[in-house]
Structure formats: C-alpha cells, structure tokens
Design a protein around this ligand. Structure first.
Ligand SMILES: C[S@@+](CC[C@H](N)C(=O)[O-])C[C@H]1O[C@@H](n2cnc3c(N)ncnc32)[C@H](O)[C@@H]1O
Length: 263
C-alpha cells in the first residue's frame, strides 16, 4: 500500500511552507553535519515538489531525487525551469532504489518514512546506495503531544476507527521507532535540532484543515464518513476548548537524525 500524493500537489507548498529562517537553519545544518560540498553526490528520497531539494542542489555537485508521485515532481520540474539548478529526478519507490551500491555521499529524506510500507527494508536500501562513510539523514514530522492539533487529530483517528477505518499511514509510526531502526547500524547517530518554536494555532483552523482533508492521515477516510465524523469532532472541540477562535500556543521543533555508514 502507498499513499498517493498526487492529490496534494495544488496545496502542498502552501500548507507545508516554513518561514525562511527555519528553512535556512534546516539546510545549513544538513550541509554542516554531512559535510556535503561541490564534490558530493546526494540523493533525496521522496523529493516531492523540491521544498528541500531546491536549496540542497546549490550545495552539491549532483542531486538526484526520487518520488512515487509524478505530479509532485512535475511541480518541481516547473520550479527548476526558472533556475539554473539541475536535479536528476525519477519515479521510484523508496523500497527499491534504482541506483547501484555505494553511489552517494549523502542520502536524506524529509517526512517520508511514515508513508513507506516496509520502511525497515527501505532504510536498508538507502544504506545500500550510500558510500562507506556516507551519511543517511532523516527528518520525521513531529507535533507537540498536548497541542490542540495533536489532540484533535487523535480524536479524529479514534472516531474514524469507530467507523472501521484505520488512518495509520503504512510506514514508521513514530520518530523513536525510525531512530531505533537506524541505530541498529549506527549506534550513535547524531540528533540535531535545527529550530524550535512556538506556534499559535486556533482550534477553528485545525478543524477546517481536518475537514478539508489537507493531511495524508485523513486521505483514507471517505468523504461520506468524514461528514459523519466532523459534527462529532466539532462538538468534542467545543466541549474541550470552548470558543475555537482564540490562538492556543503549541511547541514544535525540526530535527535531523544523522547516521554514518561505517562499513
Ligand atoms: C510529506 S511529502 C514530503 C516531500 C518532501 N520531502 C518535502 O519535505 O517537502 C512525502 C513525499 O514522499 C513521497 N512518497 C511516499 N511514499 C513513497 C515511497 N514509497 N517511495 C518514494 N516516495 C514516496 C510522496 O509521493 C511525497 O511526495
């Protein structure tokens, strides 16, 4: 099973954009921690619309990108057409990378392994295409556990479960699970927090995003079921938060995990 991102193309960049300073901090840390430079050959797994890849391409000799979604990569192609940058893009599954062993100095993925079925063997394939001494870098999207965003999503999931729908995405279920797997072959991966910030979210906005099925965990819920869930979710939110309009603070952080292929 895979989650098809084609449906997100129109709104992906808008809904996942980071403020420039947070974006820059993420790229700077990636460059610094991996030592990537103009001699490096790098691969982004699940490159999507190039939200991260476009900035990485400036730092390496050659960047390759793979993704299951042709639509997402078409968006990236359009962006590249307005630049002098080059990224070698191809459609492929993270589980079966179309590259020879020991091809890359750096392989990285941002918000991807929660979507990849059989993600443990996909990680091994990422390791396979790394040169000895090469770096595997991953970032897993993580929410403040007590934020309204997380609590509303938990509630939405429980309600979907009651209708017999399992909203879990097919890949790794948590950052810890992903990191534990990588730690099997690099016992001491580095974890670098690139930004930590507080965001003011309103319950009304989050409910609207869930209702519009913006995020992939809602994509397996048929619209008719969503229409049954939403009034109950609104009622739950009213009971818990009262007025949905005032902003509620939540804490977020962006992290990289950096592992080295030692042999
Ligand atoms: C949340 S988006 C992240 C895109 C990009 N890394 C970013 O941070 O903007 C996840 C991407 O992973 C891709 N993807 C999901 N499962 C995949 C798989 N098994 N193999 C390759 N790409 C996959 C999706 O098509 C989508 O473009």
């Amino acid at each position: 099973m895979s989650i098809v991102f084609d449906r997100a193309v129109e709104y992906y960049d808008q809904t996942r954009a980071m403020p420039p300073e947070r974006h820059r901090a993420m790229i700077d840390a990636l460059v610094r921690e991996t030592g990537m430079n103009k001699n490096s050959r790098a691969l982004e797994i699940g490159i999507g619309t190039g939200r991260i890849g476009i900035s990485v391409a400036e730092h390496v000799r050659r960047l390759f990108g793979i993704d299951l979604s042709v639509e997402m990569m078409n968006k990236l192609r359009l962006k590249l057409a307005n630049t002098t940058l080059q990224i070698d893009i191809s459609q492929a599954n993270a589980r079966n990378l179309p590259f020879a062993n020991a091809t890359f100095d750096v392989v990285y993925a941002v918000h991807v392994y929660h979507l990849v079925a059989d993600w443990r063997s996909a990680l091994l394939d990422a390791r396979r295409v790394l040169k000895p001494g090469g770096k595997l870098v991953v970032s897993f999207h993580q929410r403040d556990e007590n934020s309204p965003n997380q609590l509303l999503r938990n509630q939405m999931r429980a309600m979907a479960n009651a209708y017999g729908i399992d909203t879990r995405r097919p890949g790794s279920q948590s950052e810890q699970e992903l990191y534990a797997e990588i730690a099997k072959w690099d016992a001491q991966p580095r974890i670098v927090t690139t930004s930590a910030w507080q965001e003011n979210e309103t319950v009304a906005e989050i409910l609207s995003e869930i209702d519009r099925q913006i995020f992939s965990e809602t994509w397996m819920i048929p619209r008719a079921t969503m229409d049954l869930i939403m009034p109950r979710l609104y009622a739950w939110a009213k009971e818990k938060y009262g007025d949905p309009a005032p902003p509620v603070p939540a804490h977020y952080a962006t992290r990289w995990l950096i592992a080295t292929k030692t042999i």
